[in-house]
Write a protein that binds this ligand. Structure first.
Ligand code: ADP
Ligand code: MG
Ligand code: MG
Length: 532
């Protein structure tokens, strides 16, 4: 795979500057954008003011080479992953055991965020909440890195996201941007790969995600109901969400209502008889409240979304309604890192996928890295030293049950972290470690480079702005995300997948020196695929 190690092709400084200009102009005119960072001294809630400016999203100047056969494999596997996670979400016994608060192994017992979500789910299910609405919608994203061993590449899963899987519309736009640059500038003939249209796979993720939402809306059966987007008050990645909203309206005539959890505390009601979710509009108090068909969560995946207990009450009120949730609480819990770890244990895949061909299961299992619960690495005699983890800490990442980036502990930071666990009183060490999984580090191919473009932060000096012209050249790691959707549930006592599809992809690229990924967290840039 010499295409990877000889990447990027050489471009002169003036060629890179020309491309940079074309790229950011295209991005700003085609909505490949972010809201700018908040102005200092203006509270972040001011983001609810009408936006007056946008910045381009962080971008890679060139698409990144990726082996075609592994891209095709990730596409084939998505359907199996859609089915797998739909089934995990409807396996109450399994989720109670691994994510609940009452079982020996349950993460909910020691991780208060997981515990709160699990308790909310338990009370809604005991009230018969899922009899009122048996369907759940998943808009999924399965994330992978290329792994190198014995001079060959394989596809390894980083994680499977079941909530707020973002960057569908922006990834579609960055793919279109790279196709545009290839067609309009030929990238100055710097590489023959860039002149071959067949190496740029289609990306219609927006249409696919919206098809998932529209399918749920239709299943709900009230055509003029709205879809509710639950959003964070200080969200800057709003265009990625709005593109879904515009597509819902333009292609399906479905309207969207956007609310934060705080707003829903006053605007949301559940009709006591029909259990319909009704949203009032404080700006037109005389209009009747709007019925909601589907709730799409682009918030509620992190504890900071729940600053008070009443935020949880609002979240559970939504769960009690007969609107279809994307995701429901059990589907959110199914996306826990703990579940990902348990799925690697012998026999678990077979339990969930008895109807899937052995060869396909082997291919799926081939995407798993080694994982184990930290809890299983406690030496005997109450002397909790985590011997196995310490011995190989340079090849590991430790992950808690969190989403959104910035939560993991990597390599050389692991021993001190284990010390801090051991420093807690010995009776609780065992329990705290239950909330963490250890995962073997994926060995990404060395020597791949790229040019990364970021909008200069406000207050940048002239020198800093100059330094970013033409993009920062860096050795890179690219993470591929495959989007899929699934509408599923327990209908008339039987588990059923109404429809599932593979719908698109995303590439995020980061500098090699950064352990974490994440575009929103500032580590990564948006990128696209060049199949080799
Ligand atoms: P989150 O849900 O917060 O996004 P992830 O599991 O995706 O958590 O981890 C965040 C980032 O850490 C990933 O985007 C990837 O860059 C890096 N990472 C996670 N797991 C591994 C791994 N096993 N090997 C190498 N890098 C990893
Ligand atoms: Mg995640
Ligand atoms: Mg991630």
């Amino acid at each position: 795979m010499s295409a990877l190690s000889s990447w990027p092709p050489t471009l002169t400084a003036s060629q890179r500057e020309e491309l940079h200009k074309s790229a950011t102009t295209w991005a700003l005119s085609r909505g490949l954008c972010y809201l700018p960072p908040p102005i200092p001294d203006v509270p972040s809630t001011s983001l609810i003011l009408p936006p007056a400016a946008a910045i381009h999203a962080p971008l890679s100047l060139l698409p990144t080479p990726f082996p075609r056969s592994l891209f095709l494999s990730s596409q084939r596997l998505q359907s199996v992953y859609n089915v797998l996670y739909s089934r995990v979400a409807t396996d109450t016994e399994f989720l109670d055991r691994y994510m609940g608060c009452e079982s020996e192994e349950g993460v909910g017992k020691v991780d208060s965020f997981t515990g709160k979500l699990w308790e909310g789910w338990k009370s809604v299910r005991e009230e018969g909440g899922y009899d009122r609405q048996p369907l759940h919608l998943g808009l999924f994203r399965s994330d992978y890195l290329l792994h190198t061993s014995n001079n060959s590449y394989s596809l390894k899963q980083v994680e499977f996201n079941t909530i707020s899987s973002s960057f569908g519309p922006l990834s579609e736009r960055v793919a279109a941007l790279h196709r545009y640059l290839a067609a309009s500038t030929s990238y100055y003939d710097s590489s023959p790969l860039l002149n071959d249209k067949n190496r740029f796979p289609h990306n219609e993720t927006t249409k696919g995600l919206v098809e998932g939402l529209a399918t749920a809306h239709k299943a709900y059966g009230v055509p003029n109901a709205h879809i509710l987007f639950v959003v964070q008050p200080s969200e800057r990645n709003v265009f990625d969400q709005r593109w879904l909203e515009y597509e819902l309206f333009e292609s399906h005539s479905i309207k969207v209502t956007r609310r934060t959890l705080d707003e829903l505390a006053t605007d949301a009601k559940v009709d006591p008889t029909s259990h319909s979710l009704l949203i009032s509009n404080p700006t037109s108090p005389n209009s009747p409240p709007i019925e909601i068909s589907t709730i799409y969560f682009r918030a509620c995946y992190t504890p900071t979304d729940f600053p008070t207990p009443s935020h949880y009450d609002t979240r559970f009120l939504l769960e009690r309604s007969r609107a279809i949730k994307c995701p429901s609480l059990p589907l959110q819990l199914a996306g826990g890192k703990k579940v990902q770890e348990v799925l690697t244990r012998p026999g678990v895949l077979e339990h969930f996928l008895p109807d899937v061909d052995q060869n396909v299961l082997t291919e799926l299992r081939g995407t798993f890295m080694g994982m184990y619960s930290l809890d299983l690495d406690i030496s005997d005699g109450g002397n909790t030293t985590f011997p196995k983890t310490r011995a190989k800490h340079l090849g590991l990442v430790l992950k808690p049950q969190r989403e959104g980036g910035g939560n993991n502990v990597y390599k050389e930071d692991i021993p001190a972290f284990l010390d801090s666990l051991s420093a807690s009183s010995s009776s609780t060490i065992h329990s705290e470690s239950k909330a963490w999984i250890a995962m073997d580090l994926i060995q990404t191919p060395p020597g791949v480079g790229g040019y990364l473009i970021r909008s200069p932060p406000p207050g940048s000096s002239k020198e800093e702005i100059e330094a970013g012209r033409g993009g920062a050249q860096a050795e890179i790691i690219s993470e591929l995300g495959i989007f899929g959707y699934s509408l599923f549930g327990v209908v008339d006592g039987r588990k059923k997948i109404e429809v599932e599809k593979t719908i698109g992809w995303l590439v995020r690229t980061k500098g090699k020196e950064s352990n974490e990924g994440g575009v929103a967290t500032g580590f990564s840039v948006l990128d696209s695929l060049l199949l080799v």
